[in-house]
Ligand binder design. Structure first.
Ligand code: HEM
Length: 349
């Protein structure tokens, strides 16, 4: 395994669009990744033997679950959440622990617990799980990854038992006639992904702002939510920690000048596609917005983006007035995307 960002840059330097391995075709070109994501009839998302709602669905069944999710994830609903006070609470108590990664993990878990009304008693278990999940993902050991996934289902079951009537978790579990396995799958996709990705997004942005003091100052001065989203999108595009998603061809398909047989496994490498020099040059939040693939594109476009951006904005709005972000060495890249240890020092202002 190599760092996904370095892998993508290397492939781009060779002018590659598609990388063939024994198991799959990895799509690193921006145009090809976009074309595939926008053609769900030829490229199915049904790639896993496990129930993945809604990620693993296609067509009408997928659309039905997306409508259900929208009730909980649409921008108006999530804008109501007070993530600023969650961030304030995490940072106020951070005086003796100024590790950016620890703060990012803690904030991600607390923000998620706040949104879903999961009990405080699950916090340490969730934090341990995030750390172990990241280690398992890095190891590439499938048995370990499967064990960690099973552990997560137990956490969800405990949360379902403890969640108060009227909470988001409670409504999801009671209002839609869903089976237990379906509820667990939806919550797993919301939360397991959220925790890891959110903490990693924070790491990427923290380092990028440490490297760009004028931009750090601009955000510290306060920006509109729209402006924050444009800047965060562009920083995440340059170092996309949410590396890839899979597809499988449903028919013979033609992409990037090549023929793919029906049944070909395809990996959309968002991190690489987001740095394709044919499409992107330099730092340009407005100019690059339409081509940004951090949240995917097409039918499976991330429904969690508004929630994620409110959480990120709240965190940085509280972090930046308290601390200067200063780069510190080369850090350690995470082979599963983003930073394993973010090379930044938080210096109290
Ligand atoms: C924090 C950073 C996040 C990033 C970078 C991210 C990125 C993505 C991407 C690239 C996809 C497209 C997958 C594909 O095309 O196969 C996706 C799908 C999805 N994301 Fe996110 N996501 C994030 C956070 C979240 C959060 C917080 C939630 C929910 C609370 C969420 C829920 C989902 C779901 C349910 C899907 C599947 C959508 C579908 O298949 O229709 N994501 N995400």
């Amino acid at each position: 395994m190599t760092d996904p960002r370095a892998f993508g840059d290397h492939q781009h330097s060779l002018g590659t669009q598609l990388v063939h391995t024994d198991a799959e075709v990895i799509v690193v070109g921006h145009a090809a990744a976009r074309e595939i994501a926008l053609d769900p009839a030829s490229y199915s998302s049904g790639v896993s033997a496990h129930l993945q709602l809604p990620n693993g669905l296609d067509g009408e069944e997928h659309a039905r679950f997306r409508t259900l999710l929208d009730i909980y994830l649409n921008a108006e609903v999530v804008a109501e959440m007070d993530f600023r006070s969650v961030a304030r609470d995490v940072l106020d108590r951070a005086a003796d622990s100024l590790d950016a990664d620890r703060l990012a993990a803690l904030f991600s878990v607390r923000a998620m617990r706040h949104w879903l009304s999961w009990p405080e008693s699950l916090e340490d278990r969730l934090l341990d799980w995030v750390a172990e999940n990241a280690r398992a993902a890095r190891s590439g050991d499938r048995a370990w990854t499967a064990r960690v996934a099973a552990e997560y289902d137990e956490i969800i079951t405990a949360a379902l038992e403890a969640t108060p009537e009227g909470s988001v978790t409670w409504h999801l579990a009671h209002d839609h006639g869903l089976e237990h396995a379906e509820i667990v799958s939806i919550l797993r996709n919301w939360t397991a992904g959220d925790l890891g990705s959110m903490a990693k997004c924070i790491g990427v942005i923290v380092r990028a702002l440490a490297d760009n003091v004028p931009l750090q100052e601009r955000l510290r001065g306060g920006v509109s939510h729209m402006e924050f989203v444009a800047i965060a999108d562009e920083l995440l595009r340059l170092d996309d920690p949410f590396v890839s998603n899979r597809r499988v061809t449903t028919c013979p398909a033609h992409v990037a000048g090549e023929e793919l047989d029906a049944g070909t496994r395809v990996r959309l490498h968002w991190t690489a596609a987001n740095r394709d020099p044919h499409t992107f040059r330099g730092f340009d939040p407005e100019g690059h917005a339409a081509d940004n693939l951090v949240w995917g594109v097409g039918a499976h476009y991330c429904p969690g983006k508004p929630l994620s951006m409110y959480e990120l904005h709240a965190f940085f709005a509280e972090l930046l007035p308290r601390f200067d972000l200063v780069p510190s060495g080369d850090g350690e890249r995470d082979l599963a995307g983003g930073w394993a240890r973010t090379p930044v020092v938080l210096r109290a202002r």
